[in-house]
Design a binder for this molecule. Structure first.
Ligand SMILES: [Zn+2]
Length: 451
């Protein structure tokens, strides 16, 4: 699928020809030829105008052909949404859906396709080799094994767990790939079309962490399709630390063994200490930071001193530094609860404390004036969406924390109740969301103009 290298059109008039201004690759080639120095892909070139660049790209006949294909292909898109939704993909059990996604990548047309060691499914579409970027949705859903994922219909509404989050994203990835192939769009950069594993909950971003592990290819940019609609651009990751905490002791009879260290009492002291100190911290934090004890358990009966008490805790912050600081507050409070409970016991072994990290999502932000964010916002505006910037917890957290330009965007359509059994999807303006995703992808990957 490779084409001869692009040659600039003969002597561009002043102001620069729309073609030269339209495509990052073309600009790059022209600048390199004129000045003899390459400009780094991430630097904002003087005179960079994302709105003009993306508009010219959108008006290009090849992109218009891709847009038409997205509309004409919509029955396939919806049929594939129905099919993939009804292949269960519980956390850590994405293989069956992943295998079907792999076949669909193959059928849609990629240069090669594979599943990596973590279970991510990857289709490579070659560009002209100037870099590699990732365009992805996530394979997993939050729903446990055995959840009924049969689609129910009511008018134009499709109900099924996972249909929006993130089966729609996976299908949008495929629809963009098919449209690029149908319109024969050639890009500067190689593109990995990916279905990631482990985005949700205890998956803890294991798929995307594997993609960006040490020694992985040097990815230039990352797009995650997660959510619906064609408004908003997520350019910031909300980081979180999650822990399971267990206090343990010998346990015994509430009357006969009275005086033994009590793990539930220790837990109560620890929560009280944490709540007091963490509230003082968050009230004064420069960036928004939160904390929550979400679950507690333990104990045997009302007349037994428990041998164990446990809880799960979630802390989040916009700032990586603040996340570490509230984490330190948490660790100190747990130790204080333990020490106090041990100090007041009358007899028996000391209580012990176990702290296990069960979630670690990095935070960070790609600045609004970064060319990639500017292109994503310009494409959103051109497609009639609302150009708000957002912060959330998605696959983009990981590359954002590494400083790699990344966005999470919706996959078109409308719906709601995600993460619940009543999740639903409506194909309202569905193709527009897919067109926006294509425009953002191609504007960043750089289109090689047809001569
Ligand atoms: Zn999701």
């Amino acid at each position: 699928m490779s084409r001869p290298a692009f040659h600039p059109a003969p002597s561009p008039p002043t102001p620069p020809s729309p073609l030269a201004a339209s495509f990052p690759g073309a600009v790059f080639v022209a600048v390199a030829l004129l000045a003899g120095v390459p400009s780094p892909a991430s630097a904002q070139a003087p005179g960079f105008d994302a709105a003009a660049e993306v508009r010219a790209l959108m008006e290009h006949p090849s992109v218009q052909a891709a847009f038409r294909h997205i509309e004409e292909n919509d029955p396939w898109t919806i049929a594939t949404l129905r099919e993939l939704t009804q292949i269960p993909a519980p956390p850590f059990m994405e293989e069956v859906r992943g295998q079907r996604f792999l076949e669909l990548l193959q059928e849609s047309g990629v240069d090669s396709v594979w599943a990596d060691a973590e279970g991510n499914v990857i289709g490579l579409r070659r560009g002209n080799g100037t870099g590699t970027m990732i365009f992805s949705g996530h394979l997993d859903t939050v729903f446990p094994e055995g959840t009924d994922v049969t689609i129910r219909e009511n008018g134009d509404t499709l109900f099924a767990p996972g249909i929006a989050d993130d089966t729609r994203g996976l299908v949008a990835v495929l629809a963009v790939l098919r449209a690029m192939n149908a319109a024969d769009i050639q890009t500067e950069q190689d593109i990995w079309f990916v279905g990631t594993v482990g985005e949700e909950g205890t998956g803890d971003l294991r798929g995307v962490k594997h993609l960006f592990r040490e020694g992985s290819p040097d990815f230039s940019a990352f797009i995650s399709i997660d959510g619906l609609g064609h408004s908003g651009v997520t350019n910031a990751g909300l980081g979180s630390h999650r822990y399971r905490v267990a206090f343990k002791g010998p346990g015994g009879h509430s009357w006969g063994a009275f005086g033994l260290g009590n793990p539930i009492h220790a837990l109560g002291r620890a929560v009280a200490a944490f709540d007091a100190e963490a509230k003082r911290y968050t009230d004064n934090a420069a960036q928004r930071t939160s904390y929550n004890v979400g679950t507690v358990g333990g104990g045997t009966s009302v007349n037994s001193i428990p041998f164990e008490a446990w809880m799960e805790i979630d802390m989040r912050s916009e700032s990586p530094e603040a996340l570490l600081e509230i984490d330190a507050v948490f660790q100190a409070a747990m130790r204080r609860g333990l020490e106090e409970a041990n100090a007041v016991r009358a007899r028996g072994e000391e209580l012990t404390l176990e702290i296990t990290m069960i979630g670690n999502r990095p935070s960070g932000e790609i600045p609004e004036d970064h060319p990639f964010i500017q292109r994503a916002l310009a494409a959103t505006e051109l497609m009639g969406g609302i150009t708000s910037l957002r912060r959330s917890s998605t696959d983009s957290n990981t590359p954002i924390s590494l400083g790699i330009p990344s966005v999470t965007i919706g996959g078109g359509g409308a719906g709601g109740n995600s993460h619940s059994l009543a999740e639903f999807f409506m194909n309202h303006n569905g193709p527009v969301g897919i067109q926006r995703a294509l425009l953002i992808l191609v504007s960043q990957a750089g289109m090689v103009p047809v001569m």
